[in-house]
Design a protein around this ligand. Structure first.
Ligand code: DX5
Ligand code: ZN
Length: 230
């Protein structure tokens, strides 16, 4: 089943050089990124701060890629609309932060974007079963959210397999945390179709090449590279 699914690569800008963000996004866009993953942290749901609505709006100005917005924040329903107005193409909330997940799914759906739900490493697959048919994306965290550059948690593979068995081909099974050319193949084998990668791409001197390497490792054909005129 997983072999038939197309693999999407979603660079996370968390590890990009923020002083040269537009340029770095341009590199991964030209290198074949399928979407751009934006990690929003509030210093409350996770023990770190990243960026918010104005930065998402600025990023929307410099790319046509779908902005896959991962809200690692408490009270996600309060901010979803502002992120959509800023240009988010999907809003993913954490099931652990949702008091009424069904209402949150409806609220985001009404904003006209894709709806995603994410699970922390310690949260069982069953926690999202009540809304799984209503979301477009299930995002499995394979590190504890809050920081880039952590090691992939192999113990999450079984949960990826379980969730893959509950999703239709139209839904995305996205995995986030510790993905690199060493870990990608087993994540895809477990059923993932969308791979988020921060440090594996942006800590590289050549983000587009790192992206192509990750795609190869995931068992897919290399990304089509746009030719630059000499
Ligand atoms: C972690 C974020 C990730 C992070 C991944 O809290 O949700 O998207 O950027 O970084 P790497 O790929 O370095 O693990
Ligand atoms: Zn993320």
């Amino acid at each position: 089943m997983s072999a038939a699914r197309p693999i999407r690569i979603a660079p996370s800008v968390l590890d990009a050089d923020f002083a040269r963000l537009a340029e770095q996004i341009g590199l991964v866009e030209a290198g074949g990124a399928d979407l751009l993953h934006l990690d929003v942290m509030d210093g409350h749901f996770v023990p770190n701060l990243s960026f918010g609505v104005p930065v998402v709006a600025a990023i929307a100005e410099c790319t046509d890629l779908l902005l896959d917005t991962h809200l690692m924040i408490s009270d996600p329903g309060r901010y979803a609309s502002a992120f959509v107005q800023a240009g988010a193409g999907s809003i993913t909330f954490h099931i652990e932060a949702a008091e009424h997940p069904g209402e949150l799914v409806r609220l985001i759906r009404e904003l006209g974007v894709k709806v995603g739900v994410s699970l922390n490493p310690g949260t069982p697959a069953e926690a999202v079963f009540g809304i799984i048919e209503d979301v477009d994306i299930v995002l499995v965290m394979t590190v504890w959210p809050g920081f880039g550059g952590q090691s992939f948690m192999d113990e999450c593979l079984e949960k990826i397999e379980t969730l893959a068995g509950h999703l239709s081909d139209a839904q995305w099974l996205e995995v986030d945390g510790g993905i690199n050319s060493e870990t990608a193949a087993r994540i895809v084998a477990a059923g993932a179709d969308t791979l988020v990668a921060g440090s594996a791409i942006f800590a590289s001197e050549h983000p587009a090449e790192a992206l192509a390497e990750l795609r190869r490792a995931a068992g897919q054909a290399p990304a089509r590279r746009l030719e630059r005129s000499a």
